[in-house]
Write a protein that binds this ligand. Structure first.
Ligand code: DOR
Ligand code: ZN
Length: 351
């Protein structure tokens, strides 16, 4: 097989940032994806409808290359969120979901949640209105080894949330472990998970052996090969509980190649091509469309996209740009540890 036609995908987790980055990043996403859930962890986090609406307007200004593109906005979950503002914003399609960052767990998360019970009154409203909860599932505790933080979050926090709000729609985001895969597989239909391209492709040895690779550093951190294999298996599971969220999270090169570097991988521009290749390498190409274009829409009760993407396998490996340059910022483009032959050929509108 050297050609595939796929329903146009959605990115259920992306960071657009602000200013000149925003301007350059939005059209890169809207070229490949029809919808994207936009993360709220800006330097001043998005916590109300006024901020979400302003941010959404800016995004729509820069996505003119795709008139169908829909940015799905999120609030940054915090105990001070006004529930009346939240309900109104949800009913008017200003906000789509809320993002839970355990305080301090990752980039711009210092205003996140310290104790889960402090947001229970908001989760109650979200459950009643079926507003999705998106979770960065890691405990932030210096006593907990970084490689165990996802497992501990599930055991100590997520189970508590589910027990208290069994009707709440939850996405455990960017899962990284076999433990998380097993947990999602045995959970109710309300609980699903997103997976990033980089966690499907790499393990921690790729990042740490034979000299350290700061551009592979992300959170949750890459895990063992057995975890990566479990993620790949999950992405092609017929139960459709797993879907793509790129977690494309750009940082300027200077903030990555330094003694105290930021977490984040920028993969938007080659995400679909890399996924086609890894599914192909594992004889799973027939499962790709469900993972990138269908399972997420089902979870979020949205219709499938109407346009299609045509991918063609080239004879020679594709050369992707090394960096995306924005004024004086340089963002390293994610580079997998294998050749990529799948290229986006064209887009087709369905009537
Ligand atoms: O690697 C990451 N980068 N993980 C996150 O959770 C946040 C993100 C960012 O915003 O840079
Ligand atoms: Zn993220």
């Amino acid at each position: 097989m050297n050609k595939i036609e796929l329903i146009k995908p959605d990115d259920w987790h992306v960071h657009f940032r602000e200013g000149s980055m925003l301007e350059k990043l939005v059209p890169e996403t809207s070229k490949l994806y029809n919808r994207a859930i936009v993360m709220p962890n800006l330097s001043v986090p998005i916590i109300n409808s006024k901020q979400a609406l302003e941010y959404k307007k800016k995004i729509l200004n820069f996505s003119e290359n795709n008139n169908d593109f829909q940015p799905l906005m999120t609030f940054y979950l915090n105990k001070d969120i006004s529930t009346s503002d939240l309900i109104e914003a949800f009913e008017n399609n200003v906000v789509f979901a809320l993002k839970l960052y355990p305080a301090g767990a990752t980039t711009n998360s210092s205003k996140g949640v310290k104790d889960m019970t402090e947001i229970f009154h908001i989760l109650e409203v979200m459950s009643n209105y079926q507003i999705p909860l998106l979770i960065h599932g890691e405990v932030n505790n210096d006593k907990v080894d970084i490689f165990d933080r996802e497992k501990l979050f599930i055991e100590n926090e997520l189970i508590k949330i589910i027990e208290n709000f069994p009707n709440l729609k939850i996405t455990l985001e960017h899962i990284t472990t076999k433990f998380a895969v097993d947990f999602i597989n045995q959970s109710s239909k309300k609980i699903k998970a997103s997976i990033t391209p980089h966690h499907l492709v790499l393990n921690r040895t790729d990042m740490l052996a034979h000299k350290i690779k700061p551009h592979y550093y992300c959170l949750p951190i890459l895990k063992r090969e057995e975890d990566r294999k479990a993620l790949l298996e999950a992405a092609s599971n017929i139960n459709q509980k797993f879907f793509l969220g790129t977690d494309s999270a750009p940082h300027d090169l200077k903030s990555k190649e330094t003694s105290c570097g930021c977490a984040g991988v920028f993969n938007t521009i080659n995400s679909i091509q890399i996924l086609a290749q890894i599914f192909d390498n594992n004889d799973k190409l027939d499962c790709l469309e469900k993972f990138i274009s269908i399972n997420g829409a089902i979870h979020y009760n949205l219709a499938k996209n109407k346009s299609k993407l045509l991918l063609k396998k080239q004879k020679k490996p594709i050369i992707f740009p090394d960096t995306l340059n924005i004024n004086d910022l340089n963002i390293k483009v994610f580079r997998p540890n294998f050749d990529v032959f799948w290229q986006i050929e064209k887009e087709k509108k369905l009537s």
